[in-house]
Design a protein around this ligand. Structure first.
Ligand code: COA
Length: 316
């Protein structure tokens, strides 16, 4: 676990700044050489156990930090889980990745291609961050969370409502790693060394995140027919406490109904929503029948939301 004071000891920041500007107190960083697939497999194993099954028909992994640029990481995750032979692939939508992966899994189930899909969000974001970039280094953390999505009846607890998704490629520069892809495959002699690290224009991201998470949550609510007051828990992407409060206020949902997990783990990108769900289930904040809204915004830019009624689960 890495506390704010640990970061303040190695860069120009403070516990007070991080807590008041973000709400974050601690986060986890992988140790050197620990791949995303290991985090993902651990979360996947727990989700399988919680769902009472050892097998699924497919594995969908949302990640921004694959083990390697090629191939995808999901087949390795499936192998680690004893699921070799099952279709397994990655989905890339940064902090909205889990909702995009969930949509993909729901589509596989609706088309009859699968009955049960393991959906994982896993990130080793610390491997992308310039350790001296105080604006990003204090915000992000590493982690993984997972769910098993299965075929069922539309009205039953756990059934997903319409998943509302969107993107705007003109905002790609707001959250980016410039080098290492086809556009800039090898370090150019004139390239800025910072290009190989993650960079974020935080203040601009903040505004777009509030607007898009609010709009997509509203659209998801409209599909269910729920009013804001019907929502028991709002599980927003855990980027910044001030973003979550602003979204709740704009939606007219009391801030007490927000699930808050970022104080312990920071912004874990695609892992953020499944980790927050697991946390809220463990603490008893999410009880069977609770009406839940999920909403996220991330690099791309991408965004999305959905609504569901929380199912009865064995364990987290
Ligand atoms: N410690 C101390 N000071 C810091 C700092 C840090 N870690 N990071 C930035 N600052 C300073 C800046 O240099 C700036 O100083 P100045 O006023 O002297 O120029 C000041 O704090 C304000 O910087 P700013 O970037 O405007 O801060 P902010 O209030 O917007 O907070 C973020 C920065 C990153 C926490 C915030 O913008 C944020 O959470 N953005 C959204 C992030 C997000 O959601 N990302 C994921 C979406 S997928």
């Amino acid at each position: 676990m890495v506390g704010n004071d640990d970061l303040a000891a190695r860069m120009d920041t403070s516990d007070e700044w991080i807590r008041t500007r973000t709400g974050i107190r601690t986060r986890h960083f992988v140790s050197a050489g620990m791949p995303t697939s290991l985090l993902a497999a651990e979360a996947g194993a727990r989700a399988l156990q919680s769902a009472g099954t050892a097998d699924v028909d497919a594995v969908v992994l949302a990640t921004t930090t694959p083990d390697r640029p090629c191939p995808a990481t999901a087949p390795e995750v499936a192998r680690r889980l004893g699921l070799t032979g099952r279709p397994a692939f990655d989905v890339s939508a940064v902090c909205t990745g889990f909702l995009y992966a969930l949509t993909t899994a729901a589509g596989m189930i609706a088309s009859g291609a699968a009955e049960q899909v393991l959906v994982i969000g896993a990130e080793a974001f610390s491997t992308l961050i310039d350790p001296q970039d105080r604006s990003s280094a204090v915000v992000f953390g590493d982690g993984a969370g997972a769910v098993v999505l299965r075929a069922g009846e539309p009205g039953e607890p756990g059934a997903l409502g319409r998943i509302v998704l969107g993107s705007d490629g003109s905002l790609a520069d707001l959250i980016t790693v410039r080098a290492g892809g086809s556009e800039q495959p090898r370090p150019h002699p004139d390239a800025d060394p910072a290009d190989r690290y993650f960079s974020m224009r935080g203040r601009e991201v903040f505004g777009h995140a509030v607007t898009r998470m609010t709009e997509s949550a509203r659209a998801a609510l409209a599909h269910t027919g729920w009013q804001p007051d019907d929502v028991d828990r709002l599980v927003g992407h855990q980027a910044n406490l001030r973003i979550l409060h602003a979204v709740a206020e704009q939606l007219d949902i009391p801030v007490e109904r927000l699930v808050i997990h970022l104080d312990r783990v920071g912004n874990t990108a695609a892992a953020s929503i499944p980790l927050a769900l697991a946390h809220a289930h463990e603490t008893g904040e999410l009880t069977p029948g609770a009406r839940v809204v999920l909403a996220a915004f991330g690099g791309g830019a991408t965004w999305g939301a959905t609504a569901l009624t929380w199912p009865a689960l064995k364990s987290a």
